[in-house]
Design a protein. Structure first.
Length: 256
């Protein structure tokens, strides 16, 4: 049996993290690097990726490659995977974290453009990335796909319905992928609750405080709260975990 430290050691692994320049993705990318992985920091804006990559390299000593990628664009998804293999020759971990949740006044005001953009980034792009990376993982040494969705996909509200619908599609994708390339490639689902990120900025401090008050942990999540579960799912510690749905919500949705 491997000692616990080795089970969580990601040395020699390569991980792609979308939405990796800030928020939850930034924390996950640095956490994977701290565990020994080289990371690809992918996001729409290259300068933000470059800044995050430099900071990750400085704090962890691992290589961090910045790549501009609009996950809603399939050509960009193809290029991200190719760039990763060109640079590292492998991909062992794919974290589909990038997401958008555009605001709208009411359901009739949702435009086709808003709806299509929401589904492109939250569902279609992760599908394409998983299809490409998962196939190549299966042809190589195997790997782990981690899809970050939202607890709200299990109990959606009218004020974020297109987002919840798209994330629910990503939930379904994860369960399908868990049986696609197994046992070489595992796929698991992480469902955060309310987190203090750009998505919750429009809430304002009062609404964030109220969200914290109703949570058993008496606060909303912070990006670093996602690191441990993703490091676990990325490597040998979770070798028999496949198709799992892990709530990271402080216990708010515990009755589901």
């Amino acid at each position: 049996m491997k000692p616990p430290a080795e089970l969580f050691d990601l040395t020699g692994r390569v991980a792609i993290v979308t939405g990796g320049s800030r928020g939850i993705g930034r924390a996950i990318a640095e956490g994977l690097a701290a565990a020994g992985a080289d990371v690809v920091v992918a996001s729409r804006k290259l300068p933000a990726c470059e800044t995050a990559a430099k900071e990750i390299e400085a704090s962890t000593g691992r290589r961090a490659l910045p790549v501009a990628c609009h996950v809603g664009d399939w050509d960009d998804c193809d290029r991200l995977v190719e760039t990763t293999y060109d640079a590292f020759g492998r991909c062992d971990v794919l974290v589909n974290n990038a997401g958008v949740a555009p605001l709208y006044a009411d359901l009739p005001s949702v435009t086709r453009e808003l709806y299509d953009k929401t589904h492109a980034v939250n569902a279609a792009g992760p599908f394409r990335l998983a299809a490409l990376a998962g196939t190549r993982m299966a042809e190589g040494d195997g790997g782990s796909i981690i899809n970050v969705t939202t607890a709200g996909s299990l109990r959606p509200n009218p004020d974020d319905l297109p987002y919840a619908m798209a994330k629910a599609a990503l939930n379904a994708l994860t369960l399908g992928l868990a049986g696609t390339w197994a046992p070489k490639v595992r796929a698991n689902l992480v469902l955060p609750g309310a987190f203090d990120t750009d998505i919750t900025k429009p809430w304002g401090p009062d609404n964030k405080a109220r969200a914290g008050e109703i949570n058993p942990m008496k606060r909303i999540g912070l990006p670093q709260d996602m690191v441990g579960v993703c490091v676990f799912l990325a490597g040998a510690a979770s070798a028999y975990v496949n198709g799992a749905q892990v709530l990271v919500d402080g216990g708010l949705f515990r009755s589901l």
